[in-house]
Write a protein that binds this ligand. Structure first.
Ligand code: 26Q
Length: 822
């Protein structure tokens, strides 16, 4: 008999072709001859989603039936990147789909480019959450990503006259084929109002929260497939809707527009992602967003637990909740409220359940970046939660007084409330007291947390502190983005490296093989040629693929010091102007990154890069040896094109400021060398690669601290360093701004008078180090050897390693393999 494959699950090329055509007709409602590339993309996306559903439903069923412990990863951001390519990889159907699409007369690469990049995050923190979901599914860990379904993600960046312009990100315009709405699991979230005391039926005092408004949360689930497993975990994002019954009275009383205004207000909650990165903004709507998704998630968690258990006392046995920074930290208070007010717990039991369930990851050291909310705003929006926070604080400080009777400073620093003319709730302190584990995201970061930012908490609870050095998924960041390099690896050592990145070290055996090194070099060159084509298409700048691709892509921030790189460019430019025949190693400087729309200095930095580019790229004396390119709208998809093409990765933050960095890992895995400070994960990257394979410069975190304490005076560096002086003079002269001496003055003034990020202190060391970089690059083979060793020693930075550590040391969860056949 002929075996007939099901159209929605079959994996043969013929079935895939038929399913693709079917979905075009029945889901997009188009004949092939009228279909647009977007229609074809959608039809293909549905073809893949169909093939994930079987595994997805089976995964959920297995979790429920076996009553397994589940990790809930709470994050205000998930920067997932495109789904289609990733699901082709994780389902092992890339080649078959390519064939099916080609036999249908289409080009797969073009269809992949049609997918809008889901940008529900700002940068490192959001992308880390996405890498973690990939690793959790790959390691077969029961896990749910929980967050907000923003209608508008991170803005689309355009460059106009050298300045950043922001365009709304309408990522849902054509519909989202990857999500399934679950309106049957909607929940209600309360806001505002006041609280009341009453006696319960046992005569106990209880508190009732009478809210002034409510909103409805609708969950939308997106499948997250593991690589080479049957596990498909959900990413559950909540959308806010108005609850219609609430304004029924106003509606009936004829106050139609009043009722509609109220409805709009509720639906605003999940409208847009706040575009700030590492600089919190104390806006009411942001707090509403945080509480909204937290309350939806906790109600959901409790509902699921109570499906299999009589009470919530053993919640920690079924549930681990990870707080991705303090953005979801109000969950500590909401969990207490649910247990106390809605499930009749007494305080001590509720507190035990809360503390054993929650864990907190810190992503920042800069005190000004720690989240705090004015007590007035907090109490207005969440009156019951403010009461609970005060009670947590009262009990906590009682304990502290017992432990440190004479230390008022300690009490003031540990308090959940910052005192002063205006009181604030300190979210990091709330997260620390409510969690059983607190972790930093790189070894140095964790050490600095213990010694500095959270030192008092470390003093009282040293056993709560862990380091979990970040990682990235090698599936998206090597296999998907760098297929040629992946093929080369696999041809030598098999496919094992994709689930155990340490195996890449086996490649070291080929380091003396000149043919291997040549193949490696050719792959890098091809990747650079592709990026050069992209640059030509988008910026109209011709760049030489044989020049060094010197790349800095990341959010624009003063502490990340994109402007230090600009000082280097101007230094080289000045040398050329002084002697046009001087020998220079040809370089293409590539920048990319978004500035928070309200961050003036960051926007000025983008203008500066483009202004310098205009001069350098067009000066005949330069003879094309230096090129400067700013690529607009850096996001996950653009990252996938850039990392594989980079020769040099710029990781030049002021030591002690970058908690970890994760772009640094993506570059290194794709065979770029790093120039960097001893900051964040750079330190561990250098340790793994070997110090001879890392271009190190600059002050250490310790030295930064000491130089500042001794009274740092940047103008001294200016007067004593002739080359730095020439660079600054060129900048202030109006040379890069058509004679306008005012344009860059806010930045140059900051350098000369404060220089909080110590560019001048690190300038000479950076320039000297870049000299060494240029020298080595001229010896092509020496460079290739270093790049190979560097790349294949990055096993530690697979997010699989990071997630295994969280599972064993923080969450206490184990893999649950999914069987497809009964
Ligand atoms: C908070 C309140 C109100 C509005 C915005 C915010 C907000 C949003 C995003 C605060 C911070 C962020 C993002 C922080 C972030 O991305 N941190 C980075 O996290 C990475 C993953 O751990 C690290 O590698 C980076 O070093 C760190 O900067």
């Amino acid at each position: 008999p002929i075996q007939i494959e099901d159209d929605r699950t079959g994996m043969s090329v013929d079935t895939l072709k038929r399913a693709f055509a079917d979905n075009l007709f029945y889901l997009q409602g188009k004949y092939e001859s009228f279909a647009t590339p977007d229609d074809f993309y959608m039809a293909l996306a549905y073809t893949l989603r169909d093939r994930l559903l079987n595994r997805w439903l089976k995964t959920f069923k297995t979790y429920v039936e076996n009553n397994v412990k589940v990790v809930y990863y709470l994050s205000a951001e998930f920067l997932m990147g495109r789904h289609l390519g990733n699901s082709l990889i994780n389902l092992h159907v890339y080649e078959k789909i390519r064939q099916a699409v080609e036999e249908s007369g289409l080009n797969l690469d073009e269809l992949l480019e049609r997918e809008p990049d889901p940008g529900l995050g700002n940068g490192g923190l959001g992308r880390l959450a996405a890498c973690f979901l990939d690793s959790l599914a790959t390691l077969e860990i029961p896990a749910v990503g929980c967050g907000l379904r923003y209608e508008f993600g991170i803005f689309h960046q355009m460059i106009q006259d050298g300045w950043q312009a922001e365009i709304p990100d309408k990522w849902l315009r054509f519909g989202n084929p990857w999500e399934i709405a679950r309106p049957d699991q909607a929940v209600e979230v309360k806001f505002g109002g006041h609280t009341e005391m009453y006696h319960d039926d046992k005569g106990q005092y209880r508190v009732r929260w009478i809210p002034s408004t409510t909103a409805i949360g609708i969950p939308y689930d997106t499948p997250v497939p593991g690589y080479d497993t049957n596990t498909v975990n959900p990413l559950r994002l909540w959308r806010a809707e108005a609850s219609d019954d609430f304004n029924f009275d106003a509606f009936n009383a004829g106050n139609y527009d009043g009722a509609v205004a109220e409805k709009m207000r509720s639906e605003t909650i999940s409208k847009v992602l706040y575009p700030n990165d590492n600089t919190p903004q104390g806006k009411q709507l942001r707090l509403e967003q945080q509480f909204f998704f937290v309350s939806c998630t906790l109600q959901d968690i409790i509902r699921i637990h109570l499906m299999r258990h009589k009470s919530l006392h053993n919640l920690y046995e079924t549930t681990a909740i990870q707080l991705n920074d303090t953005h979801p930290a109000v969950a500590i208070a909401e969990m207490m409220r649910l247990l106390l007010d809605e499930h009749g717990f007494d305080w001590d039991d509720a507190w035990r359940v809360t503390q054993t369930t929650f864990a907190y990851t810190n992503h920042t050291l800069m005190p000004e970046a720690l989240e705090k909310w004015s007590v007035t705003l907090f109490g207005y929006l969440l009156p019951r939660h403010l009461e609970i926070i005060y009670e947590i604080n009262r009990r906590f400080l009682e304990d502290v007084k017992l432990w440190y009777p004479d230390d008022q400073g300690m009490l003031a620093r540990l308090s959940l409330i910052q005192e002063g003319p205006e009181q604030y709730v300190r979210m990091a302190n709330l997260a620390c007291v409510g969690s059983h584990a607190i972790n930093g995201v790189a070894a140095l970061h964790t050490e600095l947390l213990k010694q500095d930012t959270l030192r008092d908490f470390y003093k009282i609870w040293p056993e709560k502190f862990f380091n979990k050095t970040n990682g990235v998924t090698p599936r998206r960041w090597v296999l998907l983005s760098n297929p040629k390099l992946s093929e080369l690896y696999t041809s030598k050592i098999g496919k094992g490296w994709l689930k155990d990145l340490d195996q890449l070290r086996k490649i070291e055996a080929y380091i003396e093989d000149a043919g291997f090194r040549e193949q490696w070099h050719q792959i890098k060159l091809e990747n650079k040629q592709k990026l050069a084509d992209y640059i030509w298409k988008h910026n109209g700048i011709a760049v030489d693929p044989n020049s060094m691709f010197d790349v800095q892509v990341k959010r624009i921030h003063e502490y990340k010091r994109q402007h230090l790189c600009v000082l280097h460019i101007i230094t080289l430019y000045n040398r050329i102007k002084q002697n046009p025949n001087i020998e220079v190693t040809p370089r293409t400087f590539i920048f990319g990154g978004k500035a928070a729309p309200g961050y003036f200095m960051a926007k000025l930095m983008i203008k500066l890069i483009n202004a310098v580019a205009e001069v350098v790229n067009n000066d005949p004396d330069v003879r094309g040896r230096l090129k400067v390119v700013f690529l607009a709208n850096f996001n996950a998809s653009l990252g996938q094109k850039i990392y594989p093409a980079a020769d040099l990765s710029e990781q030049i933050s002021t030591a002690g400021k970058e908690a970890s960095g994760t772009g640094n890992m993506k570059f290194a895995m794709n065979g770029a060398m790093t120039i960097g400070t001893l900051d964040g994960a750079n330190i561990e990257i250098r340790e793994e690669a070997g110090e001879e394979n890392f271009f190190l410069f600059g002050l250490t975190a310790d030295e930064v601290y000491k130089v500042k304490a001794a009274g740092y005076n940047p103008s001294e560096y200016y007067s004593k360093n002739a080359e730095l002086k020439a660079v600054m003079d060129r900048l202030t002269s109006g040379f890069f701004s058509h004679g306008d001496k005012e344009l860059f003055k806010p930045m140059t003034d900051s350098f000369m008078h404060h220089d909080p990020y110590m560019l001048f202190a690190d300038y000479q060391s950076y320039i000297d180090c870049q000299e060494r970089v240029s020298k080595v690059f001229q010896d092509r083979d020496a460079w290739t050897r270093m790049a190979i060793l560097n790349a294949v020693r990055m096993g530690k930075f697979s997010s699989d390693r990071t997630i295994k550590e969280y599972c064993e040391q923080i969450w206490n969860v184990k893999p649950v393999p999914i069987q497809l056949e009964e």
